[in-house]
Write a protein that binds this ligand. Structure first.
Ligand code: MRU
Length: 344
């Protein structure tokens, strides 16, 4: 599998495949300043936990390049990092990658040094993410038997990472090993990452994919047509509870009710040991517009309010296993999460 061109560093700016336009158009946007990058992250031109973190790490290079040298240089850099940190609250990779970049900035005084070290670090994150995807792909595919059909939610593919994916890395590897018959992709209301992005990625790779309304998933699971549910995550708490796209939790409940294994695939950079359990994870609330309009058509009467959480939390007790680059944590709990992070 060749990595998708989710993001590329081009002399002083970050080129992003604009995911808001997929699958109708494959166009790229160039972000050469912090405001345009922050806007791209907020409006989901780039999205998915690992991709947000890595894009922000390149953003730190942009922050150093675009801050005036002199007495105010450090403050200007850190306030630009604050802007990036304020874009999306749930995916821990954003904070994790920016903390690494802040530390590198402190240890490399002067713009030239800082830019060199920050860029090296961001490129290193791309390499580690690709390597983690390959490893997760192998560990995850080992869990599937020949002739499997799997169900996924949202997009945890190359578009959501440096180019290969988490849940979809497992699917790509299983396809390469001839284990897979078909993938079902929840459309993933309201922004349709499953229909627009996962179906685009899988079709591009020649993998058969059927899209279903999110509300049809429980019926599909009851029919016994799915061998495993495989999803990504935006943040895994110390006890193994996992935040992911809204609609993941009901999927886990339905999988448990129908005896279908439920796997979360995420690199160690998505684990957050400082958050003891899922109820402490901040869930991003998004705007009214995402529910009030569809394809340019007004859907809601003006008087109707909305509740639009972008993510939900699946309790560890509903997770059969978390696949990371070190292996699989079956029935994850505080002990196994601490133990795998201790090994990193
Ligand atoms: O709002 P999004 O599109 O950024 O949400 C993305 C997800 O929920 C993904 O499943 C998650 O980030 C894992 S990506 C490997």
């Amino acid at each position: 599998m060749v990595p998708l061109p989710t993001m590329q560093w081009l002399d002083g700016c970050l080129r992003l495949l604009d995911q808001r336009q997929l699958p109708s158009e494959e166009i790229f946007i160039d972000c050469g300043d912090i405001d345009s990058l922050a806007d791209a992250i907020k409006t989901l031109a780039v999205r998915g936990a690992p991709a947000i973190g890595i894009a922000a790490a390149f953003g730190a290079v942009i922050a150093a390049l675009t801050s005036d040298q002199g007495e105010e240089f450090d403050d200007a850099f850190h306030s630009k990092i604050d802007i990036l940190e304020g874009t999306r609250p749930t995916a821990v990779n954003l904070f994790h990658c920016l903390e690494i970049q802040r530390d590198i900035f402190r240890r490399n005084p002067g713009r030239e040094n800082a830019v060199r070290a920050l860029l090296e670090s961001a490129k290193g994150m791309v390499r580690s993410d690709l390597e983690a995807s390959r490893q997760m792909g192998c560990f995850g595919a080992d869990l599937l038997k020949s002739g499997s059909t799997v169900l996924t939610h949202c997009n945890a593919g190359g578009l959501a990472t440096a180019g290969l994916g988490t849940a979809l890395a497992v699917i790509y590897e299983a396809w390469d090993r001839n284990l897979l018959v078909k993938v079902y992709a929840d459309e993933t209301r309201p922004l349709l990452q499953g229909a627009r992005l996962t179906a685009w990625e899988l079709s591009r790779a020649g993998i058969p994919v059927d899209v279903l309304p999110d509300s049809a998933a429980a019926s599909l699971l009851r029919k016994g047509e799915v061998d495993a549910v495989i999803v990504g995550s935006d943040r895994i708490a110390a006890n193994g509870d996992a935040a992911n796209k809204i609609g993941t939790y009901p999927l886990a409940l339905a999988a448990s009710a129908h005896g279908v294994p439920f796997y979360v695939v995420a690199p160690l950079s998505t684990f957050d040991i400082s958050t003891p359990c899922g109820s402490e994870i901040e869930i991003e609330q998004r705007g009214r517009d995402e529910l009030a309009h569809l394809g340019g058509r007004k859907l809601l009467p003006a008087a109707a309010g909305v509740w639009n959480p972008a993510f939900d939390v699946t309790p560890a007790t509903l997770i059969t296993g978390i696949v990371c680059e070190k292996g699989v944590l079956f029935s994850p709990d505080t002990e196994s999460v601490h133990s795998v992070l201790g090994r990193s």
